[in-house]
Design a protein around this ligand. Structure first.
Ligand code: KG4
Ligand code: ZN
Length: 355
């Protein structure tokens, strides 16, 4: 019996405000997951400042890569490939990771694999769920994206719904700022909402006539701002916890409704969530309940793998690597990269000597 060789991927992620590197074995086992978060820096400004993010990534990237190898107890020479997020994200931030990955690829003589950030978020589900394999439906809700997608195979996606305006996480961050909670808003609303009454204020739920799976959160955000202005004009105090709980309930109801509709219509019995907002405790409870009522198996990553990290990029990168997908040293950052866009990578043909 021939023994399969283990595949080790060094992964790099710098698309927003986390400088991250990881070593992943055989696509499912995380040997190290190093994250340098810049949150404290950006909190001063109430949100991510792209120029500051890029500068900090440059400062930290080499240390973070070295720490990831050290924690995994491995040398660069033992890596089979380097995977890196090349989009979507902040262009200056992405370029730092892409440049570092190219340097590693060239210096170590190992292949470079460009990874889509959202594909990484979805793939985070494989880390702790060895039984999860495509096909299934996945809801990706992060600071920049809200996608409902059918995962048809590894690296094969059919996006069936997207946000028309604000992403779910963006709505959390904007509402948190409006009620005085500061940045980043998602975890703060999550915590405060536990003390509030979710039925105190009836905020609107947007349902779009032309695509039942699309999302829109800007109307909800405006409704919260109008409510706060109304209170101020009447000289009334508003209850932060009630606003947080009522807003959160409105977001969750729409996410659950659209997701369950998609799972039923497309006929799958497995459903996963991913992205920063997927770490929201009430969303996880509501999805778990809805899945159990509908006889669907529910998957979600641990919170550390929901928010930005490089382990998820290593997992997605592994499946691309195994399919023979390689990026050239001309790989560029693509800030608005679409999910499933394959124009920036090439498939390794037999005899192609590209590293
Ligand atoms: O996936 P992520 O780390 O970065 C992007 O790719 O955008 O997501 C960050 C977003 C932020 O908007 C943050 O407020 C939100 O995820 N978030 C949460 C929670 N934790 C993070 N939203 C709701 N509840 C949470 N517990
Ligand atoms: Zn992300």
């Amino acid at each position: 019996m021939s023994e399969e060789k283990d595949i080790y991927i060094l992964a790099i992620e710098t698309s927003c405000d986390e400088t991250a590197a990881s070593v992943v074995k055989n696509g499912r086992e995380v040997l190290s997951n190093v994250i340098f978060t810049q949150i404290a820096l950006h909190t001063l400004y109430g949100g991510v400042v792209p120029e500051i993010a890029s500068r900090k990534h440059i400062e930290k990237i080499n240390q973070v890569i070295e720490a990831a190898l050290r924690e995994a107890g491995m040398e660069l020479s033992e890596m089979d490939a380097v995977a890196v997020t090349y989009g979507p994200g902040l262009v200056g931030a992405l370029l730092v990771g892409v440049s570092a990955a190219k340097a590693v690829s060239f210096a170590a003589g190992i292949p470079l694999v460009g990874v889509h950030h959202i594909e990484g978020h979805i793939s985070a589900n494989y880390i702790e769920h060895p039984d999860l394999e495509p096909p299934y439906v996945c809801l990706v809700v992060s600071g920049g994206h809200s996608h409902l997608t059918v995962v048809k195979g590894y690296g094969e996606y059919q996006v069936i719904g997207q946000t028309r305006d604000d992403a779910a996480g963006e709505a959390f961050d904007k509402v948190a700022r409006a009620i005085g909670l500061g940045y980043p808003g998602g975890p703060k609303i999550d915590k405060l909402a536990r003390e509030g009454n979710p039925d105190a204020i009836c905020f609107p739920r947007a349902r779009l006539a032309d695509n039942a799976y699309d999302f829109s959160f800007s109307g909800l955000k405006s409704a919260v701002l109008n409510y706060l202005n109304g209170c101020r004009m009447k000289g009334e105090e508003f209850c932060q916890a009630d606003v947080a709980a009522s807003f959160q309930k409105a977001v969750i109801e729409v996410l659950v409704e659209h997701s369950m509709h998609a799972v039923r219509e497309y006929g799958y019995d497995r459903f996963a969530i991913a992205g920063g907002v997927a770490s929201n405790s009430s969303l996880r409870e509501a999805m778990a309940r809805a899945c159990s009522e509908n006889g669907i198996r529910f998957y979600h990553p641990s919170p550390i793998y929901c928010t930005d990290n490089a382990a998820m990029i290593g997992v997605a990168g592994y499946y691309e690597y195994c399919k023979g997908v390689r990026s050239g040293l001309d790989l560029n950052a693509v800030p608005n990269l679409k999910l499933g866009d394959r124009t920036h990578v090439c498939r390794l043909e037999a005899g192609n000597t590209q590293i």
